[in-house]
Design a protein around this ligand. Sequence first.
Ligand code: SF4
Length: 492
Amino acid sequence: MSGTYLGMPAFPEAAREAVGNRILRDNLRHATHTIRAKRAKAVAEVSDWAELREAGKRIKDHTLRHLDRYLERLEESVTAAGGVVHWAADAAEANEIVTELVKMTGESEVVKVKSMATQEIGLNEALEAAGIRAYETDLAELIVQLGKDRPSHILVPAIHRNRGEIRDIFRSEMSEWGRPAPEGLTDTPAELAEAARLHLREKFLRAKVGISGANFMVAETGTMVVVESEGNGRMCLTLPETLISVVGIEKIVPTWRDLEVFLQTLPRSSTAERMNPYTSTWTGTTDQDGPGTFHLVLLDNGRSDTLADEVGRQALRCIRCSACLNVCPVYERAGGHAYGSVYPGPIGAILSPQLRGTGSEIDASLPYASSLCGACYEVCPVAIDIPEVLVHLRERVVEGGEATRAGNKVVLRPAKGHAAERAAMRAARWAFTHPGVLRTGQRAASRTRRFHPRTLPGPGRAWSGSRDLPPVPAEPFRDWWQRTRGQKGGAE
Ligand code: SF4
């Protein structure tokens, strides 16, 4: 993923700063509670929501199971419709392809539709290094870009900013990127939106190259789909002469019939709308209508590795609605930046360690950034069992060592931390595989139970401080069984 996040500290450390920032906490609390209440109302209107959710899950699982077949079908359809398909194994390759494509047009600036995939690969930074300026056109992305900031939410990347902060950013930064903010700009939503509209309009009209992602790709016709609320996407997708779309390979659906399900569940789950204000679809190129050249860059970047994991692969069902972020008690307090990735919140905690491996401090800590309350699973429109994947990834971090990605391969190396925990598990395994030792230990524990401490000493204090140690019975179960049933307890 983007180099912006390299060297991030582990989640607890990164979150500490955010938790201590009262303004940030207020902004997040207000925004997440508002969106979550609206979503609940919008979902309650649909009588067959549970069936839609199940249908979405099944479609995604089926498509992922036959991903190779559907991707080939998509390539054929896009090519037949006049588009050009490129395959990118990782971020570096995708950035190289896009940079070359832009250079071939002779342009030095591009307009962008909000896209998680291009943020994931750090495309803006790669283009900048090649002397190409990328302009974000989604309002929240514009705020993030002008503020030299990082997104903190999938749907509302500037959720951590309030109106006053946005006004200040517009006033001080807009002139550096193009049309300055109007004189006397206030923090009323209408004035802020108008300032952004004026600033962006001249970029839309000038740009010859547009860059987008896609929410969905329909294999049967080679159609790309972008859903958005502001109309900036429609401008980027129709006005430039060349359009380049960078899309993760998991965004594919087989047919339009399948798409229908997600066009119902996505808007209600994300913006709490009954339908999306702007749903743009395009299929290759059409003479005299929209971009004359279309390139599709299909991005792997760790998705094949994720697909190979039977438990973890369900993360690839995600349609990036952000409902899980808005109900998460950890996200609400820690904010998005602490997750060290463009994918914050519960989905980020299971997606980033799979796409990037758990080799860095931040990625090894993300599976622990959850209370496992299950609220994320309840609201997920494709029924991703996030708590299940979190526990699975914790197991990977503790038991399997750290998985790191070398090129496009996952490499396992021994874990550095958790030495005491691993030693305790090894001792437990030894005792459980030596029944005589286990029996002697149980009897000794029963006889000395009055002298057992209520809390553990040393580093174990933190663990026992928040838990009640179970009382040791006066008589071990096996002895009780033998005494009352006259049989030997358990296999020896
Ligand atoms: S995991 Fe589910 S709830 Fe979270 S963003 Fe993805 S689809 Fe939405």
